[in-house]
Design a protein. Structure first.
Length: 311
């Protein structure tokens, strides 16, 4: 028995060391792009560029600021003051707790961070999970959002069960055992395939995989935070839906018809009728990553929302 215990201890040590080494390399390869704010004791990473009306961009699950700074944010910075945040537990923004920051908690944190940067009433665009955070922001603080652009946003309840991956990585066993193994040993090819899959039926733009910093999401803290958020989002969406009637910001919804990650008919097709005055732009043949695959359409939606808000 003593030999078995020794072997287990040695294996655990090897996994933890390997995970720490890969995390260190990720931090060296993908350092913060912007500034680190102290928001009520929580570190928030913010990238600010350009000048003009304030515009906040919120990334989706497993992402970070680099998803937005690859192309969209620099383009918008030509006429907006663009603020891109890492959500809690992802990139360089700290976790709010160890149970999964709720949509409303994340919205409260990012709203406070925006205010610290002088953006008291910004335009808010969120993609996928980030779209749900944007909706929570606009629903719970309607006077603090000038315009709202949910892109491929999770917004309404669905029937599909939580995926096996997230069931495991959100469990106590998975977070203690499986997450460190993923951090330590997952091959680069698996990460590259996952990036390509989220763009389906389009392909990731050239250079995107090298820019986005997927290695940051493979850190243990981010895998755990992301898994908890994904495990909890359905119940949080159910609680958020009744609040959509309080959203007063001009709302331009954008969604691809070929999105199999967040289905248009389940989400945005319903959302457009839940927010007074909202409009929905359907993008034929476009998948989940519309802010890359149909960047022109997303920029146009942001411009329309800004004009509707008098900006």
């Amino acid at each position: 028995m003593i030999y078995i215990a020794f072997a287990i201890a040695a294996l655990i040590a090897v996994v933890q060391i390997a995970a720490a080494m890969r995390e260190g390399q990720a931090l060296r390869d993908f350092p913060p792009e912007g500034q680190l704010l102290d928001v009520d004791g929580t570190q928030v990473h913010a990238v600010v560029m350009g000048s003009g009306p304030d515009l906040v961009l919120i990334h989706g699950a497993s992402g970070n600021t680099r998803d937005m700074t690859f192309s969209l944010a620099p383009r918008l910075a030509e006429r907006y003051r663009v603020i891109v945040f890492d959500r809690p537990g992802l990139g360089y923004t700290e976790r709010l707790n160890t149970t999964g920051a709720t949509l409303r908690q994340q919205a409260t944190l990012l709203r406070a961070a925006a205010q610290q940067l002088g953006a008291a009433r910004p335009i808010v665009m969120g993609q996928s999970y980030g779209g749900a955070v944007a909706l929570a922001w606009a629903a719970q603080s309607p006077d603090d959002v000038a315009a709202l652009i949910p892109v491929a946003a999770a917004s309404n309840p669905w029937d599909a069960p939580l995926s096996t991956f997230y069931r495991i990585t959100s469990s106590r066993f998975g977070q203690a055992v499986i997450v460190p193994l993923i951090t330590a040993f997952v091959p680069k090819s698996v990460v590259e395939n996952a990036v390509e899959a989220v763009f389906d039926p389009q392909s990731a733009p050239e250079g995107y995989a090298d820019h986005v910093g997927a290695a940051l999401t493979l850190r243990r803290v981010s895998l755990r935070a992301n898994a908890d958020q994904r495990a909890n989002i359905l119940s949080e969406i159910k609680a958020l839906v009744p609040l959509y009637g309080s959203i007063t910001a001009p709302t331009e919804i954008v969604h691809g018809t070929a999105d199999t990650t967040v289905g248009l008919e389940i989400h945005s097709a319903k959302l457009v009728d839940q927010i007074d005055g909202a409009t929905l732009t359907r993008l034929p043949g476009i998948g989940h990553m519309a802010h890359h695959a149909a960047e022109d359409a997303v920029v146009a939606a942001i411009d329309r929302a800004a004009r509707r808000a008098g900006l």
